[in-house]
Design a protein around this ligand. Structure first.
Ligand SMILES: Nc1nc2c(c(=O)[nH]1)N[C@H]1C(S)=C(S)[C@@H](COP(=O)(O)OP(=O)(O)OC[C@H]3O[C@@H](n4cnc5c(=O)[nH]c(N)nc54)[C@H](O)[C@@H]3O)O[C@H]1N2
Ligand SMILES: Nc1nc2c(c(=O)[nH]1)N[C@H]1C(S)=C(S)[C@@H](COP(=O)(O)OP(=O)(O)OC[C@H]3O[C@@H](n4cnc5c(=O)[nH]c(N)nc54)[C@H](O)[C@@H]3O)O[C@H]1N2
Ligand SMILES: [Mo]
Length: 762
C-alpha cells in the first residue's frame, strides 16, 4: 500500500466555516483514498436511518425525521475507514516483525486495512501467524483459567453493541471479577459520578426535542464541529429561532463559531453561513469553575438586589425550596468567592462573565452542553457539579428545553454502562443476575482504567482482554505501560484493524479480527441486528449490510460467546451458542435483567428516533440520598489540581478534525489550519516571545508533575495560535507519554488530559 507522505507541513489559518465545501471535499478525498467500493458508498446513505446502521463514530442522537443523508464528514470518514478496500493479511505479518512495526505511525498501521484472519503471536519469530479460531479460544481459555480472577482485566471500547457488552460483562462476572474498565473511564466518568451525586442519574436529562424550545445553550469544552458535527443542525435551527449560544473554550473552535450545512444546496451555493455562538468566552484551560462561579455570584448579587427592591427574583426560589438540598451552604461559598480570584483563574475580563450571567438570567430554558474540556481535569467531577449548580439556581432541570447535556464519545459508551460494563457494584442488578443465571456475582469493586494501568505497571494485572480500542495508546504514562505490557501472561485483542496496542505481546498473545457494525452479520437464525444507546438515552437498532471484509471474521458476540463457553463451567441457564445463533435471545435476557429499561426490546429496537429509556431527574424525581437535587460547591476555583509556577504550562491534549480517538485518518486539522502534520504545539504569541521561540522552531515538552519521573515528547513544531497565555495545545495520543497515571480526576479517575503540567524545552 502506498503510504501517504507528510513532509510539507502547512500551518495557515483556516478562514471557512465548519461544514461547507471543505467538508464535502474531505469526504470526497477519503473515499477513493481508502479504495471504498461503490457498494460501500451506498451504505453511507443508510447511516443513522431507522432501518440503517448506527454510525460507528459519535454518540449524537439519530433523529426520527432524518435528513436524506443523515451523516456528517466524520461519520463518512468512519464508514470509509471500516469499509476500506485495503487488507492486513497473514502475508503482511510474514514480512514484518512486531519490533519493526513498532516504528510505524498510528496512521500507517491502521491505514494498512482490515485484519482478515485470527492471529497468534509467535515469540520465536517475533511475528503474528494465522491460526484456527478453535485453537485461539482453547489456548486463551486454558491460559486464563489458572489465573486469579482478580488479576484478569476485561477492557471494552464504547463501540461494542448492547448485545456484545451484556455478554462480555456477564462473562467477566461469572469468571469472578468485575474488572470491566471501558473507554468511559477516560471520558465521561466524571459525568457519571458528578451527575449521579447531584441529580441521582448518571446521564444527561435532555433529548433532541429540547433544542426546539430552549432559549440559551451553553457549550463548555466540546468541539462540536469535529466531534459531534450532526449537533450543528439542531444548534443552527435553534439559533434561527433566536436562541442564544454561549461557548466557553480556550480555543475558538470553528464549529462553535460558524457553520454551513453541507447537505443544504442553497446554503452551499450562496456560501451562506450560520453564526453559532452569540458569545464566546476564551477561558484558560481549567478555568471553567471560575467562570461558573462568577456567573453564580452575579446571579446571587442580582437576586439580593431584586429582593431588596421588591422586584422579581433572579433565582427560582420555589424550585430551590421544593427540589433542592444544600443551597445555603452553596450560596455561602459563592458569596465568599472573591472577584479578583475569579477573574484571574478564568483568564477573561469580569465583563464577559457578567454578560454571560445576564444572558443566563434572562433565559427561560437553558441547556448545558459539555465535553472533555470539563471532564478531563483533576477537578472534572467538580466541574460537572458546578454546572449542575448553575442549572439548579434557575430551575433548569426537568423542564422542556433545559438540562445537562453531556456529549458522549463512542456510539455506545453510555449503553455499555446501562447493560453492566462497569467496575462498580452499585450499578449492577446483582440479585437479578443471581436469580436469572444462578451464580453469585462478585461484589468487590473491580479495576477501572487508572487502576488497570497501575496493575499492569506493578505486575498485579496478569491478563488483559481488549474488546476493541487501543488501550495502550489511549491511556496515560504510555512509556511505562509499553515497557510493562510484555510481563502479561495473556494479552488478547479483539479488533478490526492493527493498532499499536497489538504490537506489544504478553506470554500468550492473540489478535482476533471481528466484523464491524456496518457489515452483514449472518448467524444460525439468519441476518442479525444489534443495538446501541445514544447520548440522550435513546436506544436504536442497527443492521449492517455491507459485505464482510474477510470470510474468516467472526462477530463480536460470536467471539465473546465462544470464549465464554470454554472459559466458564457449563451453566444450564445460559446457552452461549443459542445466543450467538440469534441475538434476539440476548435481547430477551437483557430485558429480563433490566425490565424497566428494555420492555419489548426486540419489538421496539427499530423505533424511528430510538426508544427512550427514561430518566427520573428529567421528571424531577431525585434518586439522591436526600431525595432532592444537590447543590455541591467546589472547593477552589481551578480545575487543574496543581499549583501555577513560573514556566509551568497547562497542556491540553486535543483531537484533530482528521482522527477518531487513536485512529488517525489523516494529517490535516482543517478547522485549526493545520495541514500535513500532527507534531504541532499551539502556543500564545506572547508566551513565544517570552520564551524567545520562533514560529516553526522544533521544541520538546517535559513533564512537570513534580513526581520525579522523566517524561518527554520531542519534535513539536512551535505554532503561534489564539490560545490563552500559559496554556499549550498538542495532539492526543502522541502526547500521552507526558501524562502521569496519577494525574486524574479526583473521584472519577478520568485521566486529566486537558491540563497536563509541562515545561517547554527549546
Ligand atoms: N471525529 C471524531 N469524533 C469523535 C471523536 C474523535 O476522536 N473524532 N471522539 C469521540 C469521543 S470518544 C469523545 S469522548 C468525544 C470527544 O469530543 P470533545 O468533548 O469535543 O473532546 P476533545 O476534542 O478532546 O476536546 C474538547 C474541547 O475542549 C476544549 N478544552 C480543553 N480544555 C478545556 C478547558 O479547560 N475548559 C474548556 N471549557 N474547554 C477546554 C478544547 O479546546 C476542545 O475544543 O468525541 C467523540 N467523537
Ligand atoms: N491524552 C488524551 N488521551 C485520551 C483522550 C484525550 O482527549 N486526551 N481521550 C480519551 C477518550 S475520551 C477515549 S474514549 C479513549 C479512546 O481511545 P481508543 O481506545 O483509541 O478508542 P477506540 O476508538 O475505541 O479505538 C480504536 C481501535 O478500535 C478498534 N476497532 C474499531 N472498530 C471496532 C469494532 O467494531 N470492533 C472492535 N472490536 N474493535 C474495533 C480498531 O482496531 C481501532 O484501532 O482515549 C482516551 N485518551
Ligand atoms: Mo471518549
Amino acid at each position: 500500500m502506498a503510504k501517504q507522505q507528510f513532509d510539507n507541513p502547512d500551518l495557515t489559518p483556516f478562514k471557512g466555516p465548519a461544514g461547507g465545501w471543505g467538508s464535502l471535499r474531505s469526504v470526497a478525498e477519503i473515499l477513493p483514498r481508502e479504495r471504498v467500493s461503490p457498494e460501500a458508498v451506498r451504505e453511507l446513505v443508510r447511516q443513522n436511518k431507522p432501518d440503517g446502521f448506527a454510525c460507528v463514530s459519535c454518540a449524537w442522537p439519530k433523529p426520527a425525521d432524518h435528513h436524506p443523508a443523515e451523516f456528517c464528514e466524520e461519520g463518512a470518514k468512519a464508514t470509509a475507514w471500516e469499509l476500506t478496500g485495503y487488507r492486513t493479511t497473514p502475508e503482511f505479518f510474514a514480512k514484518h516483525t512486531l519490533t519493526e512495526l513498532r516504528s510505524w505511525s498510528d496512521y500507517a498501521l491502521e491505514q494498512h486495512g482490515r485484519l482478515t484472519h485470527p492471529l497468534r503471536y509467535d515469540a520465536a519469530t517475533d511475528r503474528y501467524v494465522a491460526c484456527a479460531w478453535d485453537e485461539a479460544f482453547d489456548t486463551i481459555a486454558a491460559a486464563l483459567k489458572p489465573l486469579d480472577p482478580k488479576s484478569v482485566v476485561f477492557y471494552a471500547s464504547g463501540r461494542a453493541s448492547l448485545e456484545t457488552s451484556y455478554m462480555y460483562g456477564l462473562m467477566a462476572r461469572m469468571f469472578g471479577n468485575q474488572n470491566l474498565p471501558d473507554s468511559s473511564n477516560m471520558c465521561h466518568e466524571s459525568t457519571s459520578v458528578g451527575l449521579k451525586a447531584a441529580i441521582g442519574v448518571p446521564v444527561g436529562t435532555t433529548q433532541l426535542r429540547d433544542f426546539e424550545v430552549c432559549d440559551l445553550v451553553m457549550i463548555f469544552g466540546h468541539n462540536i464541529g469535529s466531534n459531534a458535527p450532526r449537533m450543528l443542525h439542531p444548534l443552527r435551527s435553534a439559533r434561527k429561532r433566536g436562541c442564544e449560544v454561549i461557548a466557553v473554550n480556550p480555543l475558538r473552535e470553528r464549529g462553535l463559531e460558524r457553520f454551513t450545512d453541507p447537505q443544504n444546496p442553497v446554503e452551499m451555493t450562496l456560501l451562506k453561513e450560520s453564526n453559532i455562538a452569540t458569545q464566546f468566552i476564551q477561558v484558560k484551560a481549567g478555568g471553567d469553575l471560575a467562570v461558573m462561579m462568577g456567573i453564580a455570584k452575579y446571579l446571587v448579587e442580582w437576586d439580593d438586589a431584586a429582593l431588596t427592591a421588591g422586584s422579581p427574583a433572579v433565582l427560582d426560589h420555589d424550585f430551590i425550596a421544593e427540589h433542592t438540598h444544600g443551597f445555603d451552604a452553596f450560596v455561602a461559598k459563592v458569596r465568599g468567592a472573591e472577584w479578583p480570584a475569579i477573574e484571574a483563574e478564568a483568564g477573561v475580563p469580569l465583563a464577559e462573565i457578567e454578560a454571560a450571567a445576564r444572558r443566563y438570567a434572562k433565559a427561560r430554558a437553558v441547556m448545558a452542553v459539555y465535553g472533555m474540556g470539563l471532564t478531563q481535569h483533576v477537578k472534572g467531577v467538580e466541574n460537572v457539579r458546578m454546572l449542575v449548580n448553575l442549572l439548579l439556581m434557575r430551575g433548569n432541570i426537568g423542564k422542556p428545553g433545559a438540562g445537562p447535556t453531556p456529549v458522549r464519545g463512542h456510539s455506545n459508551v453510555q449503553g455499555q454502562r446501562t447493560v453492566g460494563i462497569t467496575e462498580k457494584t452499585e450499578l449492577v442488578p446483582v440479585a437479578k443476575l443471581k436469580a436469572q443465571f444462578g451464580f453469585d456475582p462478585p461484589t468487590e469493586k473491580g479495576l477501572d482504567t487508572v487502576e488497570t494501568c497501575r496493575g499492569v505497571i506493578d505486575g498485579s494485572v496478569k491478563a488483559v482482554i481488549g474488546l476493541g480500542g487501543n488501550f495502550l495508546r489511549a491511556v496515560p504514562e504510555t512509556a511505562a505501560m509499553e515497557a510493562a505490557w510484555p510481563k502479561l501472561d495473556v494479552s488478547v485483542q479483539i479488533a478490526t484493524k492493527l493498532n499499536r496496542n497489538h504490537l506489544f505481546a504478553g506470554r500468550v498473545t492473540y489478535l482476533l479480527p471481528c466484523l464491524g457494525r456496518i457489515e452483514r452479520d449472518v448467524q444460525a437464525s439468519g441476518e442479525q441486528a444489534v443495538s446501541v444507546e445514544d447520548s440522550t438515552s435513546c436506544i436504536h437498532g442497527s443492521r449492517g449490510k455491507a459485505s464482510p471484509a474477510s470470510p474468516h471474521l467472526l462477530s463480536e458476540p460470536a467471539i465473546v460467546g465462544a470464549l465464554a463457553k470454554r472459559l466458564l463451567p457449563p451453566n444450564p441457564r445460559i446457552d452461549w451458542d443459542a445466543w450467538v445463533g440469534d441475538y434476539a435471545l440476548i435481547r430477551d435476557a437483557i430485558e429480563e435483567t433490566y425490565p424497566e429499561i428494555f420492555p419489548d426490546f426486540n419489538a421496539r429496537m427499530f423505533t424511528p428516533g430510538g426508544f427512550w429509556k427514561g430518566n427520573k431527574a428529567a421528571e424531577r424525581i431525585w434518586l439522591t440520598k436526600s431525595g432532592k437535587a444537590e447543590f455541591l460547591a467546589p472547593e477552589g476555583l481551578s480545575a487543574t489540581g496543581f499549583a501555577d509556577a513560573d514556566r509551568r504550562f497547562r497542556l491540553m491534549t486535543l483531537r484533530s478534525n482528521d482522527q477518531f480517538n487513536t485512529t488517525v485518518y489523516g494529517y490535516h486539522d482543517r478547522f485549526r489550519g493545520v495541514k500535513g502534520t500532527r507534531d504541532v504545539l499551539f502556543i500564545n504569541r506572547a508566551d513565544m516571545a517570552e520564551m524567545q521561540l520562533a514560529e516553526g522552531q522544533i521544541v520538546a515538552l517535559e513533564s512537570d508533575a513534580g513526581d520525579g519521573v522523566a517524561r518527554r515528547r520531542d519534535g513539536l513544531i512551535v505554532h503561534a495560535y489564539d490560545i490563552p497565555r500559559g496554556c499549550l495545545g498538542a495532539y492526543y495520543p502522541e502526547c500521552n507519554v507526558l501524562m502521569p497515571v496519577e494525574h486524574h480526576a479526583d473521584e472519577s479517575h478520568v485521566p486529566a488530559a486537558k491540563s497536563v503540567p509541562v515545561r517547554l524545552v527549546a
